[in-house]
Design a protein around this ligand. Structure first.
Ligand SMILES: [Zn+2]
Length: 124
């Protein structure tokens, strides 16, 4: 059994592998002709070996609030054990969502930068 857990560096390498170096919006939307079909290259492995990956999921948990039992939504990281071929399949399926998420982060940083530029010019 092995464990696949990407760190920050891995995410950068990951993005570079599936998109252009400059990573523009077309790349993130997977419509860029140069990178839309790029895939993660996987070294030769035994498809039926078992591996583990972690997945965020939402669960309803019972909590006590002021002596009363209440149902609460909680995000938890679940360890999922399956064949390595299924892990690769999961990875490919989540790719578009991951890139949209990356695009949103880019937009948010851009918006914050714009606000920072405008704020000093405002009169109170
Ligand atoms: Zn591209």
């Amino acid at each position: 059994m092995s464990r696949m857990c990407p760190g920050k560096k891995d995410k950068v390498t990951f993005k570079k592998e599936i998109s252009c170096d400059n990573l523009n919006e077309e790349c993130l939307d997977r419509v860029c002709a140069r990178c839309k079909d790029k895939k993660i290259t996987v070294l030769d492995f035994n498809k039926h070996d078992v591996g583990t990956y972690e997945k965020w999921s939402t669960k309803k948990v019972e909590v006590m609030i002021k002596g009363e039992k209440k149902l609460c939504q909680k995000s938890v990281k679940e360890a999922i054990e399956c064949e390595k071929q299924d892990i690769i399949q999961q990875l490919n399926q989540t790719l578009p969502n991951f890139l949209v998420h990356t695009k949103n982060i880019k937009h948010q940083y851009h918006a914050i930068d714009q606000i920072k530029k405008v704020l000093p010019l405002m009169k109170y």
